[in-house]
Design a protein around this ligand. Structure first.
Ligand code: ADP
Ligand code: MP5
Length: 274
């Protein structure tokens, strides 16, 4: 049994954060462990409170896992503070385990999940030791200070992010203007790149999509899939999770983590190599 770890915030509403990650790991048949960086009081309507955990206790949680398990992949989500980011970067750098960084900044409702001073820490400490980073368009803009309007902008921003040392950049196009497709752009350090396209689903139930997508990449990589296959299978996982939503809550509801196992043969992802 492969063991994987999520380092993220708790979402009491169960659709994002640690809860989304562990559900994804379970569905993809890897053993999930977790390091909690913050508690959020949250539901499908928004975040009503955030209680960060001390960086030293984040360290203690991760240390406990590293001392006992052979971990095959690690992901990060909400990290909240520069102190937590630096702790996680130092500790994961020594492990040589694939590290997937979802640079979570704000919740769908607009509440901040990352302190402003922590952006520099992501660039200077975390990305140099990361395998994959998965920003959406606003996150990629914040990390690089560049505005993104066109595909040329996406390529330029990916190049800047690759300069930090991260091996693969996935820029998620969910926030782009295209009404028909959800297209993600993937760039590797060796110059290779490709895009993945699926039909855009008109749904308000997209709470935790970024968490779930990056958790699925982590599970597939941790299970031994090559990086490109892991990314494509994760795109199927999130596409099906949005398609077969559960209609829970009164706001932006969670996605359906059960859908992939039932419908994976039915999901087509269009790949364009470049
Ligand atoms: N409405 C949607 N329909 C289909 N796929 C979506 C939709 N929204 C997001 N996705 C996909 O879900 C994954 C996670 O996206 P997310 O982090 O929410 O990014 P974004 O903020 O760009 O939507 C990406 O693969 C993205 O393309
Ligand atoms: C604890 C926690 N982590 C992450 C998110 C981001 O969620 P989304 O993937 O919808 O942007 C969240 N709302 N709460």
């Amino acid at each position: 049994m492969q063991v994987v770890t999520t380092i993220a915030g708790s979402d009491s509403g169960g659709g994002a954060g640690i809860q989304a990650d562990l559900k994804t790991f379970q569905e993809l048949k890897v053993f999930g462990t977790s390091v909690i960086t913050a508690l959020t009081a949250q539901n499908t309507l928004g975040v009503s409170g955030v209680m960060p955990i001390e960086a030293s206790f984040v360290e203690q949680q991760l240390q406990a896992l590293l001392e006992d398990f052979s971990i095959s992949a690690v992901k990060t989500g909400m990290l909240f503070s520069s102190a937590i980011i630096q702790t996680v970067a130092q500790m994961t750098a020594n492990t040589k385990v694939p590290l997937i960084v979802d640079p979570v900044m704000i919740a769908k409702g607009g509440e901040s999940l990352l302190r402003q001073d922590a952006i520099d820490a992501i660039i200077n400490h975390l990305l140099p030791v990361a395998t994959i980073v998965t920003p959406n368009i606003p996150e990629a803009e914040t990390l690089t200070g560049k505005e993104i309007n066109t595909l040329a902008d996406i390529k330029e921003v990916a190049k800047l992010l690759l300069q930090t040392g991260v091996q693969c950049v996935i820029i998620k196009g969910g926030h782009l203007a295209d009404r028909n497709f959800a297209i993600d752009y993937i760039f590797f350090k060796n110059g290779q790149s490709f895009s993945m396209q699926t039909p855009r689903i008109a749904s308000k139930n997209t709470h935790g999509t970024g968490c779930t997508f990056s958790a699925a990449i982590t599970a597939f990589l941790g299970s031994g899939l090559p990086i490109k296959e892991a990314i494509i299978e994760a795109k199927k996982f999130i596409q099906l999770a949005i398609t077969y939503d559960l209609a829970l809550g009164n706001g932006h509801g969670p996605t359906n983590h059960f859908a992939y196992q039932n419908y994976k043969e039915t999901c087509e992802v269009i790949i364009h190599e470049s």
